[in-house]
Design a protein around this ligand. Sequence first.
Ligand SMILES: [Zn+2]
Length: 362
Amino acid sequence: MWRVSAVMARHRIHYPPPSLRCPHCEGQARDLLYHSTYRTRDGPRLLWRSRLCGRCLSERRGTAFFNLKTPELEVSRSPDAMLRGDTQTSTSQTRRHRRDTLRRWRRRAAPRARAVDADYVTDLSVRDLESDEQWSFAGRKKAEFAESSERGEVWWHKALARERRLLIEQFVSPRTSEAAEMLVSRSFARLVARRLPRVSSDGYDAYTQPLSEQVRVMTLYPLRWALTKKGKPGRPPQPKQVPDPALLYGQVVKEREGRRVVKVEKRLVLGSPATDLSFVSTSLLERQNGTARSRNRYLVRKTYAFAKTVPYIDDQCEVDKTCYNFCRQHRGLKGETPAMRHGLTDHVWSVAEVLGYRSASP
Ligand SMILES: [Zn+2]
């Protein structure tokens, strides 16, 4: 079948994909001339020649499929399977690839997923933001995670836009105040400027400081003193510095006895004291944690299929986020993906589409 289209391809006027770029001379699509067509297991693919440096490059350059012989669909099936609850071992046995091949493909998939994420999940207008950290580990549960170490406890930091169930930001790291700060600043960087979301989290206090740094500081002058104590002796009180009360941040504090939750309390941390607390909730992100825990094979509890090193779980979670946002139809969104509901895209993406994505911006 593709032989016919290969012949046809030769007689068509060819335009290079707008996102294709020569890695040698940074030549853009307009600098590329059609060179030839070559065969792959996925059909004919075009070879382009840069008129700046004279070197040739494939139209698959820059995608996860570049220089692979395996068909594209087959390559994208394995990260997909590992995000539907299959282990590396079971995927390797049913699909007949070696386990390190699967990991290598996932290594290629992670930057593609990140590129989709960086290009689409930006300039968001979000009403409610939930943030949380999901516990997991790589290699050993008991080891302390350090930047240099490849094993130990890790926390999957996530921020979710509540109404559209869109995962805004994610990364895997130890649970430190620096990580909390990074989650806040990276999430806010993806939002439309000057539209503050209402933020909810659990009782973990590390978000308060970085959140209050996201808004300007307001100075409260001692008005009462100025009105009533005018002209009286004594030192006037210092003006108080507070974060802009337009930013609302609430915590859901759970009191536990053993493993049972005995009391749930909502607490307003930032914002004016008269605020209605009904916006404070982390239940949808907790539900997302549950989904991730059952599908992302590294997070499933009580198995031997845990991640063996931190870079593995890094890659997996990177791909998981983009697949969750773009490729998985959400039951709570009537079969749409979170990205569709947010108006970032108009269709359900296939995993192959993510892996073949190349950023159009330089
Ligand atoms: Zn070049």
